[in-house]
Design a protein around this ligand. Structure first.
Ligand code: MSP
Length: 531
């Protein structure tokens, strides 16, 4: 298989608060894709980071009696710690206060001024301090509230620099048309109808009264608008316009596939202004901007630290394991749609999929191979058994379905295909009833090949579960004692090579959760935060 280059990014997180399970969700889906592409043997560069400028952060720093720089220095360490605990396998963590990033943003600003895409003017309009966004009269409506967060906006008037967005609208529309999968899942329509088609305004990209931001070298009174600063992280992280742009040439090139994740409330910046910036810089656009849904409270409000309704992922990991939380997020929250973290659903999902379907199949298979064959996998040979042949062919179909879904970033369906393969294994045991075959000497072949097939079901499902179950799938492969050459994605359809392997002693992968006790525990944990 030809190795492909993948550049996968998450939004960079505001360094203003502790991370919560909504942020963890965003990071987990991007990480799942990164792990899947690596599993396929591709060369992946996965970026995340922290967004460290702006009024909101300066205010938070002040409230903590700290300088903004000291404040973000502390927060970013906390981010890295959190992501390590979430198993996030980023290749680089970018900080927007990094001098290399600052220099890149200033160079971009200068370049766009030189070529006439940034001009000086006067800004008068509505501003939301919380979202650091300017809005037009029609967008804030009669109540003068922010369309994103619903908070009150206020009037601002000042000298400012503008990005000439209008100029790029025809090119942008043409791009959307020729790349229907640029923003998949119908997530572009709202942006088109609300912002682009009614007439896109030029974007005000500097602020006069904000001190904590990247200084605008053209005008010492101004700092660069935090969103322009932030969006450019995706290319500054690769060394764009720096002395060492080797990563940029590799991962922001036509040979790479660029996939960028963002939550739906920041869709506008990613699917409109980001492409315009790239067009102005004469750079290629990403292949996909994947807009994901949000985790909401049970009353339908976005989980957010500033609203005080969002639990941290860490106590959940501690009690239920990293894999349980990550699996639940990807499997239960349908990717692209909003979802709710629901205690009972969480417990039931873990019990049904991970404890029963996966853990039990592993345990039963290892125990049967132990009982009938002293833990040695019987030699493989094709036999004329309808059930066994059907098991292999159904499994291969599901394997193709898994890959098709994962390749389209439908991680929820990808996870569900893994479960369907395990389902096949569990149903196969019921139909074959190995305990009956074991009593009949004429059924020796059937028993041997049934056990062999179950070992393959577990090998294959464990390989493809690795992007979701980042620790336990490997443990399962260890229990099966699959040699590393047969743990690869390229070996996945190589049936027949497990003959003679001695399984290791079975161990419980996921302990069963008591629905009542755990639902109560989780409800208290969440309701403590979640109104
Ligand atoms: N700093 C900006 C992004 C700049 S990217 C150039 C920002 N930061 S954020 O910390 O507010 O959000 C970071 C990511 O977390 C966004 O994709 C956002 O959608 C996601 N989430 C924040 N709350 C969330 C939920 N409740 N649920 C799911 N994702 C959530 O926006």
């Amino acid at each position: 298989m030809l190795k492909k280059y993948f550049y996968i990014t998450t939004p960079i997180y505001y360094a203003s608060a502790n991370l919560h399970i909504g942020h963890a969700y965003c990071e987990t889906i991007a990480d799942t894709l990164a792990r899947y592409e690596r599993l396929k043997g591709n060369d992946v560069f996965f970026l995340t980071g922290s967004d460290e400028h702006g009024e909101k952060i300066a205010k938070n720093a002040q409230a903590n009696n700290m300088s903004p720089q000291d404040f973000v220095d502390k927060i970013y360490l906390n981010f890295i710690q959190n992501w390590k605990e979430m198993g996030i396998s980023f290749d680089k963590f970018i900080r927007t206060s990094d001098p290399k990033h600052v220099e890149c943003v200033q160079k971009v600003f200068h370049k766009l001024v030189e070529q006439g895409d940034i001009y000086q003017g006067n800004y008068e309009g509505w501003y939301c301090t919380s979202c650091e966004s300017f809005w037009t009269e029609s967008q804030v409506g009669e109540n003068h509230t922010c369309p994103d967060c619903g908070r009150q906006v206020h009037k601002e008037a000042q000298k400012a620099y503008f990005l000439n967005c209008k100029k790029y609208v025809p090119q942008l529309l043409e791009f959307y048309k020729s790349h229907p999968d640029f923003v998949p899942g119908g997530k572009l329509n709202e942006m088109l109808n609300t912002f682009v088609l009614p007439g896109l305004e030029d974007l005000c990209i500097t602020r006069q009264d904000v001190k904590w931001g990247i200084p605008c070298l053209e005008d010492p009174d101004q700092v660069i608008y935090v969103w322009i600063d932030a969006l450019l992280n995706y290319i500054s992280a690769l060394g764009y316009l720096s002395n060492d742009d080797s990563l940029f040439n590799k991962y922001w090139s036509d040979q790479a596939t660029i996939v960028q994740f963002a939550g739906r409330e920041i869709n506008r910046f990613h699917s409109i202004y980001w492409p315009i910036l790239l067009m102005a810089l004469n750079l290629r656009l990403p292949d996909t901007i994947y807009i994901h849904g949000l985790l909401l409270t049970r009353s339908g409000v976005k989980l957010s630290k500033s609203l005080g309704n969002a639990p941290s992922p860490l106590p959940l990991i501690e009690r239920y394991s990293l894999d349980a939380l990550r699996y639940y997020m990807v499997r239960e929250i349908v990717i692209g749609e909003d979802g709710t973290f629901t205690p009972k659903q969480f417990i039931e999902r873990i019990n049904s999929d991970l404890v029963n379907n996966y853990g039990n199949l592993l345990n039963r298979t290892l125990n049967m191979v132990k009982k009938y064959f002293n833990s040695v996998v019987p030699n493989y040979k094709p036999i004329d058994s309808e059930n066994i042949n059907k098991l292999y062919s159904d499994m291969f179909k599901l394997l193709d379905e898994y890959q098709n879904n994962m390749d389209k970033y439908n991680l929820t369906k990808g996870a569900s295909c893994c479960m369907s393969i395990l389902d096949l294994g569990n149903k196969f045991i019921e139909v074959q009833a190995p305990w009956i075959l074991a009593k009949d000497p004429n059924k020796k072949d059937e028993l041997e090949q049934s056990m062999y097939a179950l070992e393959e079901v577990l090998r294959i499902s464990s390989i493809i579960l690795q992007p979701f179950l980042v620790t336990k799938a490997k443990l399962a492969l260890e229990q099966l004692n699959v040699p590393s050459s047969l743990q690869t994605y390229s070996s996945i359809k190589e049936i027949g090579k497990l003959s003679g392997i001695k399984n290791n002693p079975p161990q419980i992968l996921f302990p069963r959760l008591d629905v009542e006790i755990e639902t109560k525990y989780l409800t208290e944990l969440i309701d403590g935060k979640n109104n």
